[in-house]
Write a protein that binds this ligand. Structure first.
Ligand code: NAD
Ligand code: MG
Length: 339
């Protein structure tokens, strides 16, 4: 078995029966919620989905054969409450369910933001854990049904019962994550690396790099269609190679000219001091405060940034060009859906 620096847990390390003895309230029925609830149900766990009376997801959860209650009633009945509503609404939902958190119950998350930045302060007599699949919900569900699973993270923030770790592993097993491997982390590490990654590399870094490359070519008089293909469309091909074989897999697949040019020029476009500042903003809580305030003010800046992104030339060019790939979508539709 591969050696890792951190602990990695598999099926044999987890005893699913501890969670089969529980009633689990899954709050929210979105990307993660529907997948956790259905996998738990298939694993023989007593599940109740917590949704507001007005929620459009109620019908869906009931159609999927699950019991549905209000978040407050679901939490009151449950030994384990899993927060799978959007991170920005979790503090308000917590106010509705806190009465239902009895001594020895577990409050569980799939992301550490609200605990790490103090937006939810659970009582001392409950366990506080995180089981976070490293994948969107539809894959959590699809892989489970195939007898496989996606890798996951496990963290214990508060261990009131002495059983928090074992029960977290049991839960990870019940949703399929121990089939692939569960990595031990902390709320702090998960939250800070997650925010840094999405800001500096995955979502923020990549889109800014694509826009800057596109604008550089278009401003120099090249066709926007050419700029779109070079800077955005081909990114998927490169990322797929990296995903499959790491950087060396990618370098081995591209031409020597691309490899030499990339190795000698890439560093010029990266601002490592900027990355350091982003990390410091995450670590100090400055980003979290800004985002919490932004939400309290009903997101004025968020709307402005989103509007600018929407009206960027690359979106219009892309909308037109992606129609040329309609055959691609049709081909995918012909593949039978698993869910
Ligand atoms: P989502 O936006 O897909 O779904 C949220 C669901 O919550 C909605 O479908 C709805 O049923 C419910 N909801 C919305 N507003 C509500 C309200 N005001 N009160 C009660 N219920 C409400 O959310 P998600 O992406 O599944 O994220 C859930 C958690 O999982 C978050 O903590 C997120 O950080 C974490 N997470 C997500 C992913 C992912 O790929 N989506 C991966 C790992 C962890
Ligand atoms: Mg309870």
């Amino acid at each position: 078995m591969t050696e890792f620096d951190t602990e990695v847990y598999y099926d044999d390390d987890a005893d699913v029966s501890t969670v089969q003895d529980e009633t689990v309230a899954v709050l929210g029925y979105g990307s993660q919620g529907h997948a956790h609830a259905q996998n738990l149900d298939d694993s023989g766990v007593d599940v109740v989905v917590g949704l507001r009376k007005s929620s459009a997801s109620r019908q869906e959860a009931e159609t999927d054969g699950l019991e549905v209650a209000t978040p407050a009633n679901a939490a009151a009945a449950a030994d384990r409450v899993v927060m799978l509503v959007p991170d920005t609404v979790q503090p308000a939902v917590y106010e509705d369910i806190r009465e239902g958190m009895d001594a020895g119950d577990t409050l569980q998350f799939a992301h550490g933001f609200n605990i790490h930045y103090g937006q939810i302060e659970p009582p001392e007599d409950v366990d506080v854990t995180m089981v976070a699949p490293k994948s969107p919900g539809h894959l959590v569900r699809r892989t489970y049904k195939r007898g496989e699973g996606v890798p996951g993270l496990l963290a214990v923030y508060q261990d009131a019962t002495g059983e928090a770790h074992a029960e977290g592993l049991a839960y990870a097993k019940a949703i399929g994550c121990t089939r692939a491997g569960v990595i031990e982390t902390s709320f702090q590490e998960e939250t800070e690396t997650d925010l840094f990654g999405e800001q500096a590399v995955l979502c923020g870094g990549v889109t800014e790099m694509v826009k800057a490359g596109f604008e550089t070519l278009v401003d120099a008089g090249y066709a926007p269609e050419m700029a779109y293909f070079e800077c955005l469309n081909e990114l998927k091909l490169i990322v797929d190679l990296m995903y499959e074989g790491g950087h060396m897999g990618m370098w081995n697949s591209v031409s020597d000219t691309a490899e030499y040019g990339g190795l000698t020029r890439g560093e010029e476009v990266i601002d490592r001091e900027g990355m350091q500042e982003i990390l410091e903003g995450v670590q100090s809580g400055e980003f979290a405060r800004e985002w919490i305030n932004e939400n309290q003010a009903h997101r004025p800046a968020y709307r402005q940034y989103r509007g600018a992104e929407q009206s960027h030339q690359i979106e219009q060019v892309g909308d037109r060009l992606r129609e040329l790939f309609a055959w691609d979508e049709q081909a995918e539709e012909e593949v039978p859906a698993d869910d």
